[in-house]
Design a binder for this molecule. Structure first.
Ligand SMILES: Cc1cc2nc3c(=O)[nH]c(=O)nc-3n(C[C@H](O)[C@H](O)[C@H](O)COP(=O)(O)OP(=O)(O)OC[C@H]3O[C@@H](n4cnc5c(N)ncnc54)[C@H](O)[C@@H]3O)c2cc1C
Length: 315
């Protein structure tokens, strides 16, 4: 069978946002190609929480279940281990987008009426040598996702960004036994410091040497001067980066991002480029959670269908 080369929607990324959009587009009888480079951000963790009916599910299993559902729909072509290397709105007519996809040594070019960016975010961490060995096991980034299991434990919050004060107050909801590590980088204002200290949250401004522990279980933050601060769990504030280099430069320059490098869209997932949509972690406003991404994907799928027909209805 020859490969189809025209689609109603090409979806870039098969996390919960892309998979949910694909399912809902297929059920609206739209032809969909969904390509995924298989680099999910939550691959570091063994259990995902907060997705109703699936609380505690391994992230890989959640994706597998979704892919199995998509397999029931001939409208969907799913391309695993496929990197979308180019997206441009450069054609006239009914399929204005050209999408280039690299898969191993093969490359393929398709055209599409619309493109949905569901590429998630990449995380850049403070320079702490052993951090990756603990991330997803006892050190996490999302307190709503992983705070519950660490309730009332002795926790670290490590970060170098200006929102550290607010994150500390949030995490203190799960455990007030908290030390905030600025790694000698993050700047807290005098009033922020006073506020944290008045709530019993400890502050550590010295640079971090490394994390200590065994088999992914953190036991201490070791400072560069050798002092050890014992902890039993932690949260890290990564810097988030959107993965949008594959969009043609002129189009990328037309897109706007917020202060967390997430694409700005309208409330329905439309970007400033007609026919180009974004859902999930890559788009404002979050929060960064599986069920939120899946919901956003479903919502944007409904909007894509309406936009293709040229109607606007909430039912
Ligand atoms: C360690 C960790 C633990 C977490 N735990 C939880 C939890 O317990 N509960 C919860 O609700 N949330 C959790 N999250 C957050 C959750 O994983 C994200 O909010 C969610 O995965 C976002 O979904 P998404 O579809 O937007 O993006 P992602 O799931 O990140 O998927 C994006 C996909 O796009 C692909 N992609 C990117 N660029 C391209 C390209 N050019 N071509 C093709 N494919 C591309 C990537 O390979 C990836 O597979 C956790 C996150 C982390 C990092």
């Amino acid at each position: 069978m020859s490969e189809q080369d025209e689609f109603d929607c090409v979806i870039v990324g098969a996390g919960p946002a892309g998979l949910s959009a694909a399912l809902n587009l297929a059920r609206s009888r739209s032809s969909v190609l969904i390509a995924d480079s298989n680099r999910p951000r939550n691959a570091a963790t063994l259990k995902s929480h907060g997705f109703i009916t699936r609380d505690g599910i391994p992230p890989i299993e959640l994706r597998g279940l979704a892919r199995a559902e998509l397999a029931n729909y001939p409208e969907v072509e799913y391309l695993p281990r496929a990197v979308v290397s180019g997206v441009a709105r450069d054609r006239d007519g009914s399929h204005p987008f050209t999408v280039e996809i690299a898969r191993g040594t093969r490359s393929r070019v398709v055209t599409s009426r619309t493109v949905l960016l569901a590429t998630g975010l990449r995380e850049v961490f403070p320079d702490i040598p052993s951090l990756r060995g603990f991330y997803g096991m006892s050190v996490f980034s999302c307190v709503a996702c992983d705070g519950y299991e660490r309730s009332d434990q002795r926790l670290a919050l490590i970060g170098e960004t200006s929102d550290l004060h607010d994150r500390a107050l949030l995490i203190a909801r799960w455990s007030a036994n908290l030390t905030v590590f600025t790694n000698a980088v993050a700047v807290l204002t005098a009033s922020e410091e006073m506020n944290l200290v008045s709530r019993g949250i400890r502050l550590e401004r010295r640079p971090i040497g490394d994390l200590e522990g065994t088999r992914g279980a953190i036991s201490a933050v070791r400072l560069a001067d050798g002092d050890r601060i014992p902890v039993t769990g932690g949260f890290i504030r990564p810097v988030w980066v959107s993965n949008l280099d594959f969009i043609r430069r002129a189009d990328r320059d037309a897109l706007t991002v917020d202060r967390f490098d997430r694409l700005s869209t309208d409330r329905d997932g439309r970007t400033s480029i007609e026919g180009l949509y974004a859902s999930g972690d890559v788009a404002s406003p979050g929060p960064q959670q599986l069920i939120v991404a899946a919901g956003a994907g479903a919502r944007t799928a409904a909007i894509i269908v309406q936009d293709l027909i040229g109607v606007s209805t909430s039912h």
